[in-house]
Ligand binder design. Structure first.
Ligand code: MLT
Length: 324
């Protein structure tokens, strides 16, 4: 009993200390954890956001890449970090899909985090190395079916959207190919440009410059409608992969128990960043669509995450893909 009282007392003291600290928040730089490699699509969104959020917070937002296990190493790190408002986290659909891919996930996305808000939705693009023979999606599918033992698909590990897109693509064409995991699609893209891997499904926030410079073969976008940033590019759906759709959404989180004042300031900074004209222009050029104001809220992110866990769980379990 005495030990329990001491533990409760200790926890209360820690909470009061956090609340007191939060009053002058932020008094030093905030670290934004990115779960994939530097230079990749999540990193691009994170750095754009960090720069703009720094302006309204009056403190630098430092980006730190903590890679591995499809984003789950970073998520676990943040779930267990000090909830003082100085560690925040950006992640995408992987926050939801990991709950089905990992049967022994060491954190719970619904109970171990506080929510700050959603950021932007990003289409994906189906690519191959520049000298890959097929020119159009139908030939690409036929070529993969005929050469499946020789072809590989790069991704950023189980929990990455590149893995999700690749998995859905293989299901859609009824053919499995070897997958090669990287610490992010930044390094996967380097390998594709160097011809070391064959195929990659990746976000427009990284791929548009490579597509425009014709450094890769490009077979279409993964949205149901064509996108403004690549208006001539056909969708996979319109080319015969009926109902193929993967859209990448991004959310910003903090460890559970972060003081309310810090969460409110972080949300205000996030919303201000998304209204910042250079941010809006840069994201639009890269095919990213800033989410509605109602989604830029803690409740908007929390509801969306729940719905995404419900959506992807059955799809992943049906595919029988597990990391552990
Ligand atoms: C990245 O930033 O490297 C990608 O978002 C990884 C992924 O495919 O999910």
């Amino acid at each position: 009993m005495k030990k329990l009282m001491q533990a409760v007392g200790g926890a209360l003291v820690a909470l009061v200390a956090l609340a007191v600290q939060a009053q002058g928040y932020p008094s030093h730089p905030v670290t934004l954890i990115v779960p994939f490699a530097a230079g990749g699509p999540t990193d691009v969104v994170a750095r754009t956001l960090a720069q703009a959020m720094s302006k309204s917070l009056g403190q630098t937002v430092i980006v730190e890449n903590k890679v591995g296990a499809g984003g789950t190493i970073a998520a676990n790190y943040v779930a267990k970090a000090q909830p003082d408002g100085y560690t925040i986290f950006i992640h995408h659909n992987g926050m939801a899909t990991a709950t089905a891919l990992y049967r022994k996930l060491p954190y719970n996305p619904l109970t171990d985090f506080d929510y700050i808000g959603q950021v932007a939705d990003v289409p994906m693009t189906m690519l191959a190395r520049k000298d890959f023979p097929p020119e159009k999606l139908q030939d690409f599918v036929a070529y993969i079916k005929a050469n499946r033992e020789k072809i590989n698909l790069a991704n950023a590990g189980l929990g990455a959207v590149s893995q999700l897109c690749g998995m859905l693509f293989m299901q859609a064409i009824g053919t499995e190919i070897t997958t090669i995991p990287f610490s992010g699609t930044g390094p996967a893209m380097t390998a594709l440009l160097g011809g070391q891997v064959d195929v990659l499904c990746d976000q427009t926030t990284q791929t548009i410059p490579q597509i425009k410079a014709q450094k890769v073969k490009f077979y279409g976008v993964t949205t149901k409608q064509r996108i403004q940033a690549l208006p001539d590019a056909p969708t996979l759906d319109e080319q015969g992969l009926k109902d193929f759709e993967v859209v990448v959404w991004h959310g910003v989180y903090a460890p559970k128990g972060t003081p309310r004042e810090a969460l409110e300031k972080l949300n205000t900074a996030l919303r201000a960043a998304l209204k910042d004209p250079p941010v809006a222009t840069k994201l639009a050029e890269l095919g990213a669509q800033i989410v509605s104001e109602s989604k830029q809220t803690p409740a908007g992110l929390q509801e969306w995450l729940k719905s995404e866990i419900d959506k992807w769980g059955p799809i992943i379990r049906k595919a029988g893909v597990y990391a552990d």
